[in-house]
Design a protein around this ligand. Structure first.
Ligand code: FES
Length: 130
């Protein structure tokens, strides 16, 4: 088990997350991976920035663009898959019914932290800690 400082990766201040979402990098094992932070009615959520269709970043064709113009859906620029920000479920497009992988984050002291310990199990369902 890691100590608490090693376990929780500081990502960003909540106030720095724009309504259009924010891409971020995080460490998983020895690799750097890409994630997306979004504000929802139930709080800040994070997802891996990997489309469930072809395993590319959602914003590969338009870096930094994660949401549709109306802000309602996370969108993949490749073929237009739309995902619900509330749970990552694909509601339209070639990966209909699949879901973005949620990342385990918590908000504390106005900052967003990622649970590195929960990331270590690639088969984890990424439960978000309370
Ligand atoms: S790669 Fe994302 S919709 Fe096809």
């Amino acid at each position: 088990m890691k100590d608490e400082d090693e376990r929780w990766q500081l990502l960003v201040a909540v106030d720095s997350i724009p309504n259009a979402g924010l891409g971020f990098a995080y460490r998983r094992g020895g690799a750097t991976e890409a994630g997306i932070l979004v504000r929802t009615a139930s709080g800040v959520l994070a997802f891996r920035n990997v489309c469930r269709h072809l395993h590319v970043r959602l914003d590969r064709t338009d870096p930094g663009r994660f949401l549709t113009a109306d802000g309602r859906w996370l969108v993949c620029g490749e073929h237009g898959a739309r995902y619900r920000p509330e749970d990552g479920l694909c509601v339209a497009g070639p990966c209909l019914g699949a879901a973005l992988r949620q990342l385990p984050v918590r908000v504390s002291g106005g900052n967003v932290f990622l649970d590195s310990e929960a990331l270590e199990d690639p088969f984890s369902t990424s439960q978000v800690p309370s």
